[in-house]
Design a protein around this ligand. Structure first.
Ligand code: NAD
Length: 259
């Protein structure tokens, strides 16, 4: 069959694989099936071994694995210098990274601290801008950047609090970046995923309630999987979505359309 995705041997950077439950791992598996070369980024040195084991246990190979802490400009710069030197041209980046202090996800949003607000914004929203800036020059043949968002960006989801405001900034940043980078044939989109049990999700107090709500009221009457998020991300990275930029697409069993 003709390769309609046009991702075979394309170099894609995947950020945010903490373990096999991570949304980013769902994306990685979809990308492997499409024949892409994967460059993984991890945050802490101790995570590297875990990531290497996950890749080899699943009989995959990484083209490159680089350290990158998105809270440091220097770390981001160094990561993309290393990719530039060892790989050269890249064709996509998956930004699947977010963090907030757990105390800012408990209780009332009004009690968010200045420091907690800045921290969540910096790690979860500004990081996309910094990553886009360093990665765009390597996308010499055009490219696609995909970020992960959540419904809490636009609706009040109790317990999501400061992260909801960070996701609102992330979604807005997707649109501004899409506007800047379109002239270089670089597209920027986001997926608004339904709730999925991951390490990051553990910090959200009402998480089980959200899972039940989807099963009860979403048109598809089931929770989404990391594989479903992975396949939609694959579409955004592929030739199939070449006419699409600045979009936020829901992978949430249709929950967002319900009153
Ligand atoms: P996860 O815990 O598996 O992944 C989060 C990743 O962020 C981890 O790999 C962690 O190392 C990384 N990270 C945090 N701070 C970092 C930093 N300073 N530098 C580099 N990396 C850092 O959880 P996940 O649920 O797969 O989260 C991935 C993305 O999906 C996040 O943006 C999250 O908000 C989003 N999302 C998750 C859900 C859900 O229900 N799980 C729903 C919608 C959106």
């Amino acid at each position: 069959m003709e390769d309609i995705l046009k991702l075979k041997n394309k170099n894609i950077v995947v950020m945010g694989v903490a373990n096999e439950r991570s949304l980013a791992w769902g994306v990685a598996e979809s990308l492997y099936r499409a024949g892409a070369n994967l460059i993984f980024m991890y945050r802490r040195e101790r995570s590297r071994e875990k990531l290497e084991r996950l890749i080899s246990d699943n009989k995959y190979e990484a083209k490159l694995i680089v350290q990158c802490d998105v809270s440091s400009d220097e770390s981001i710069k160094n990561a993309f210098v290393e990719i530039s030197e060892k790989i050269g041209t890249i064709h996509g980046v998956v930004h699947s990274v977010a963090f907030a202090h757990s105390e800012d996800l408990k209780g009332d949003f009004i009690n968010t601290t200045r420091e907690g607000y800045a921290f969540a914004q910096d790690t979860s929203a500004f990081s996309l801008i910094a990553i886009a800036k360093e990665s765009a020059p390597l996308m010499t043949e055009g490219g696609s950047i995909v970020a992960m968002s959540y419904l809490g960006a636009e609706r009040v989801c109790k317990g999501y609090n400061v992260m909801g405001v960070a996701k609102a900034a992330l979604e807005s940043s997707v649109r501004y970046l899409a506007s800047d980078l379109g002239q270089h044939n670089i597209r920027v989109n986001a997926i608004s995923a339904g709730p999925i049990r991951t390490v990051a999700a553990k910090g959200i107090p009402n998480f089980n309630t959200y899972l039940h709500q989807i099963e009860e009221t979403a048109p598809l009457k089931k929770n989404v999987t990391k594989e479903e998020v992975g396949d939609m991300t694959l579409a955004f990275l592929s030739h199939l979505s070449r006419g699409c930029t600045g979009e936020v697409v829901y992978v949430d069993s249709g929950f967002n359309i319900m009153a």
